[in-house]
Design a protein around this ligand. Structure first.
Ligand SMILES: Cc1ncc(COP(=O)(O)O)c(C=O)c1O
Length: 458
């Protein structure tokens, strides 16, 4: 007997059991709902427009699709951000990630950091650099700084051991590290260089952007940086293999590949990674930020140089060394008074002149920008009671033993407490610069001895 048409398999010409879905419901998050959240953050009209475009562009039926992953757009916001980063900095490969710390974790693993390995990190910078080494199962070794507040190249070689795999200079607070000397040492000892550019995005050394001089460059593109939206990060490299290793960490082992689930394409390609994928929304904002970066940096740079050129020199004042004055981002002007006591008087007088500044001083609160206060590291406490990676047999069994305490890096101990920092604003006019220079000269002249042979500002 012939089956009724609605009982016949659709495969055999019967009626489809499911021809429409009646339940429509609501998108997971509607564009307007999404925009009302975005508007609360006070972004500019231009940034809001970018966000709306991102939200409307890729709606798969469930509302705005705010991930780079699975998108079939010809160029997602994240891909555009990476392209603009390659063009802006002049790097072959760029990866957008969720934070500067994530970028550092990827870079260290890519550089070969792992159990039993050491990375030489600066004594002044930020905890995230050393933390990312530990997160990559390696051990940070702190290198003292010089008067640039960057890693002192003269102190690096004494810290290199058979376990060292990388140097991780930080470009500190708008300045640039002595990359020429650092690269020379790294190449001599066959070490990788991971530049931490979180505080000096847009800085240059000999005309080359920081982040493109070492093997890998890491950036934080977070709201509290001069170039930043919400929370984001960036990795740059010219080396395909390093790029692929970074992707391995950032994209769950290998999901970034054209054929995501394919077996390894070459020996060692796939290892367990995590997910540091940058969201589309963040990328939409950071595209605006990156495009603005050259202008922002130029304004900061010009303000700083304009002020520095008008400053007199004094016997009791050592200006911060600028490793490459032309490449300075320059959002702060720094100098070291001979004593903390003198510094306190200068700070008080500068503030009275209307010049915003600060000095940590002798009894400053703990601060994770200097090595001796980075407690998650200095206490050598592992996430579990085994105390990895500090107790790892691959480390201790290979001569590794590390202790951290104030006194390890005496120059950093001293200069971190004794530096006076005058905050600069990219929008200062020529008259603002003249007034500030005049105020600094007046105050330093009142407490110090003018000396044309003293260390120059620039
Ligand atoms: C030198 C340095 N490295 C890394 C980071 C970490 O960046 P993020 O906060 O984006 O993880 C920061 C952040 O302030 C930093 O200053």
């Amino acid at each position: 007997m012939a089956k009724k048409i609605d009982q016949q398999l659709a495969l055999q010409g019967g009626m489809k059991a499911v021809s429409t879905i009646e339940g429509k419901g609501e998108p997971k998050i509607g564009v307007e709902e999404f925009m009302s959240v975005a508007e609360r953050f006070g972004f500019s009209e231009k940034a809001l427009k970018k966000m709306r475009d991102a939200a409307e562009a890729d709606d798969l039926g469930g509302g705005p699709f705010l991930a780079n992953y699975y998108s079939d757009l010809p160029e997602t916001k994240v891909k555009a951000y990476e392209r603009i980063a390659r063009e802006t900095f002049g790097a072959k490969y760029a990866i957008g990630v969720t934070s500067g710390t994530a970028a550092l974790n990827c870079a260290f693993v890519a550089a070969g950091v792992g159990p039993g390995k050491e990375v030489i990190c600066p004594a002044i910078g930020f905890y995230a650099t050393a933390a990312a080494v530990v997160h990559s199962k390696g051990i940070p070794i702190f290198c003292d700084v010089d008067e640039s507040l960057g890693m002192d190249p003269k102190k690096i070689e004494g810290l290199i051991t058979p376990r060292t795999v990388a140097l991780a200079p930080t470009h500190v607070m708008g300045t640039v590290a002595d990359m020429t000397a650092i690269m020379r040492i790294a190449r001599k000892h066959k070490l990788k260089v991971v530049e931490d550019c979180a505080q000096s995005c847009g800085g240059k050394v000999k005309g080359k952007h920081v982040g493109t001089i070492g093997d890998l460059g890491c950036f934080s593109i977070s709201a509290y940086k001069i170039v930043g939206g919400g929370e984001g990060g960036l990795i740059l490299t010219d080396d395909l293999r390093l790029y692929e290793r970074c992707q391995g960490i950032a994209e769950c082992g290998g999901l970034w590949r054209p054929d995501r689930f394919a077996p390894p394409r070459y020996k060692g390609e796939l290892f367990s990674g995590t997910n540091y994928r940058m969201p589309e929304l963040e990328a939409a904002i950071d595209i605006v930020q990156l495009r603005r970066m050259p202008g922002t940096v130029k304004r900061f740079h010009n303000v700083k140089m304009r002020i520095l050129k008008q400053l007199k020199t004094f016997r009791e004042i050592r200006p911060q060394t600028l490793n490459d004055p032309d490449g300075e981002v320059g959002y702060a002007l720094r100098f070291f008074p001979e004593t903390i006591g003198l510094g306190e008087r200068i700070v008080e007088a500068l503030r009275a002149e209307g010049i915003g500044c600060g000095m940590r001083g002798e009894h400053g609160a703990p601060d994770w920008h200097v090595y001796h206060s980075m407690f998650p590291i200095t206490t050598k406490t592992g996430a579990t009671s085994e105390g990895c990676p500090y107790t790892c047999p691959l480390y201790t069994g290979n001569g590794g033993a590390v202790e951290y305490q104030r006194g390890d890096c005496p120059v950093a101990d001293d200069l971190f407490d004794r530096n006076i920092s005058v905050g600069l604003n990219q929008w200062f006019t020529a008259q603002d610069c003249r007034n500030i220079a005049k105020g600094v000269n007046k105050v330093l002249g009142a407490f110090c001895t003018e000396d044309p042979r003293a260390k120059a500002w620039v």
